[in-house]
Ligand binder design. Sequence first.
Ligand code: SAM
Length: 380
Amino acid sequence: MKKKKRKYFVELMDRHTGGGCDPECPHFGECGGCMFQHIPYENQLLLKKEYLNNLLDGITIVDYVEPGTPYGYRNRMDMVCAFGKKGLRMQGRYRQVVDIQSCAIMQSASNDKFIELRNLLSGIEDYDYLQHSGYLRYIVLRQARFTGQVMTNFVVSVPENRFGFILYDFLEGVDSSSILLSDGLADLSFGPVHQTLKKGFITESFDGIEYMITPNSFFQSNSEVALAMYRKIKSWTSGRTLDLYSGVGSISLFVSSAAEKVTGVEIVQESVDTARKNAENNKIDNVNFFCADTLSYVKDNSASFDTLILDPPRSGMHPKMIKEIRNMKLDRIIYMSCNPSTFRDDVKALEEWEIETFEAYDMFPQTPHVETLALLKRKQ
Ligand SMILES: C[S@@+](CC[C@H](N)C(=O)[O-])C[C@H]1O[C@@H](n2cnc3c(N)ncnc32)[C@H](O)[C@@H]1O
């Protein structure tokens, strides 16, 4: 978080702490994963509402932030393995790791698997990301909220399996497990699959739609809140629909029964392959996925859509992308965002549209993050 924003948040936190409350996590205060555990949950929602009203002043008014489940909600945690520790980075200190015994925001089955792995892997050399030496870089835990399936991945620095028989019994208790290779200097918790130890994917289920989640594919980190948002997006969708930044096709497939047809555009080939597979598995035939940069796709294919769905990365959209969208003859745009600042800038730049409905969702309780969703209508 930038200095100015951090200062603003500290001031907001001071005002909303009230009588305070006991953090559920023993690592609170030291670990960089959460900042708000000492603030009663209702106050966290009021804090985020005030933050959004301040940020979005002149664009919309935020009445309410939809709550999430305060703890045990995360379906993905990337635990760094370095300096003899396994856990998360210390607050504000990239070079130090907090040895996490258990994480209060992670779903409980993944938490149990992590505790088991801490013991099992104590003899496996970790990776010093400052000196760039060693083997095990990350343990990545993923869990599908509505099917309960668990995936554990091991991110290593060389294309070798040094686990031997250590994981033999452990693998019985998970649904999927892979060794991923991250052999560069960049501190990455993903990479090509070196070896599939078990199955290679898990399945999540949203209102009857089954999603295959592979080791490297993106999936929203809080399934309960994502489902609530997808239901709202579906209620706003009609006609020929373009879903830009479509990932593994989660939104495209979810809204497909409300649309005439859906076109998803995503730059990562593995995600597009998964999206196609997901369409096939769910027998959904009015959805097409293209592997392309959204800008180049929209330049050549902008004419024939009624609804545009946007869910860009945190950095928001490139000005050239905004320019292309402004040339589209669309009536409605649905914009989902994990970064209210870039959401604000993009909505301001989309001058021909205005916010008709705005909603905020607490996808990441105990942290400063908040997810926004808006239906934009063309100005009369
Ligand atoms: C926030 S995720 C949205 C995923 C999806 N909508 C979902 O709900 O699961 C953003 C996605 O945009 C993709 N992406 C980023 N830049 C892109 C670009 N220039 N063109 C196409 N896709 C891009 C990323 O790979 C990622 O899958």
